[in-house]
Design a protein around this ligand. Structure first.
Ligand code: PMP
Ligand code: GLN
Length: 382
């Protein structure tokens, strides 16, 4: 008989993204649930991977990431944010942004430490805290613009607060941090030992001429931050699972202790390819506009339906209220929409530890025009 596992995560089920993607496949629904593009990534970048594999770049690279890639990342950070980052001590290439966030939390958390996070929250944050015996302390974002209530944050800070997790542009709401948010954050963490885990995987996916306010812009925030990025989101290759973390040397040293005995090093051919491709700035500089056009196309088409849009200023996502259509809870409605109308979405209640119901669903609009059009044709029937 197999020994029984005493679960470290007894209340954790299967992630909603997988649940809805499986349901979409079963019912042949158009999948606007899980966040991934359905169009091809850049062919030149694909060729560069092929070139790296064929020319024998198939062995382990340095555990912190291919040196030339780290150099190019530091050049990019200097160009975008005017900040000098040491590629040897401050950057580690990781298998995706999720892993970077998990590794940062694992590096800093002691049992009983509290971590402040904002709900709705990306679904990995709370399990990442719990598996490290930390205590998640949730602060609700204000419905319906999902701004941060900084007075509520202050009220939840305690002597046990070890970290604050931020995510801008925000999944699932598309909210972005503004200058006032940064000022409030600076005041709150000043003279404390609080770390910041900043999930900036949607760094370039920001719309309406807004500027991404990275922690890397502010020395007083950067000195306490693990800033996490994902190549999957920048180059339309979510399945590559490659990203990186930037943190000051003392923080990064601890991050690497965890990293070296977990993943050790990430796949090499893609790092060679990215080291070359990342130099073509226009790809990431135009990304926000390209994706904004998709948002606008989707919003325009959705005007023919009874769904009403909430604001989105970034990310892959747009929330819609279905209050005019149904009284069902979000999970039931999203399930029925998939089964009966052939469009999969994500219920926003899934991003809360204790579900909050606002009759809103998350739609991923980073799709081909014909996919969005086909989905809208189905949604007008409601
Ligand atoms: N953070 C957020 C907010 C995300 O939406 C995602 C995935 N889409 C990630 C982290 C993870 O990125 P990766 O796939 O590189 O692990
Ligand atoms: N980040 C993606 C989303 O929010 C999904 C990633 C995943 O499936 N874990 O849809």
């Amino acid at each position: 008989m197999s020994p029984a596992v005493q679960s470290k995560l007894p209340d954790v089920g299967t992630t909603i993204f997988t649940v809805m993607s499986v349901l979409a496949t079963q019912h042949k629904a158009i999948n606007l649930g899980q966040g991934f593009p359905d169009f091809h990534m850049n062919g030149e970048l694909v060729s560069l991977v092929g070139k790296a594999i064929k020319s024998g770049m198939n062995q382990y690279v340095h555990m912190n990431g291919l040196p030339v890639l780290r150099e190019r990342i530091s050049e990019k950070v200097a160009f975008l944010y005017g900040t000098s980052i040491n590629p040897n001590t401050d950057i580690t290439v990781t298998p995706g942004g999720t892993y970077a966030i998990y590794t940062a939390l694992t590096a800093i958390l002691q049992p009983g430490d509290e971590v402040i996070l904002f709900e709705p929250a990306y679904d990995s944050y709370i399990p990442n805290i719990l598996v490290n015996k930390g205590i998640p302390v949730t602060v609700p974002l204000l419905f319906s613009d999902y701004k941060i209530d900084w007075e509520a944050v202050k009220a939840r800070i305690s002597v046990k607060t070890k970290a604050i997790i931020l995510n801008s542009p925000h999944n699932p709401t598309g909210a972005v941090l503004d200058v006032n948010d940064i000022i409030q954050l600076q005041q709150i963490v000043k003279n404390t030992g609080i770390f910041i885990i900043s999930d900036e995987v949607y760094e370039h996916l920001i719309f309406d001429e807004l500027k991404h306010l990275s922690m890397l812009l502010y020395p007083d925030l950067m000195e306490r931050s693990f800033v996490c990025f994902s190549f999957g989101k920048v180059y339309h290759c979510t399945g590559w699972k490659l990203g990186y973390c930037i943190a000051p040397p003392a923080l990064m040293q601890e991050f690497r202790k965890v990293h070296q005995f977990n993943c050790f090093t990430c796949n090499s051919p893609m790092q060679y390819a990215l080291a070359e491709f990342i130099q073509q700035k226009e790809h990431y500089l135009t990304l926000g506009l390209v994706i904004q056009e998709k948002r606008d196309q989707f919003q325009q088409g959705m005007k023919a339906t009874r769904f009403s849009p909430l604001q989105t200023h970034g990310s892959y996502f747009q929330l819609y209220s279905y209050a005019a259509i149904s009284d069902e809870n979000e999970y039931d409605f999203a399930t029925r929409l998939t089964k009966e109308y052939g469009v999969a979405t994500i219920p926003v209640s899934a991003f809360y530890a204790s579900p909050v119901e606002n009759k809103v669903l998350r739609f991923c609009f980073v799709k081909k025009p014909e996919t969005l059009e086909a989905a809208i044709q189905k949604l007008v029937k409601l």
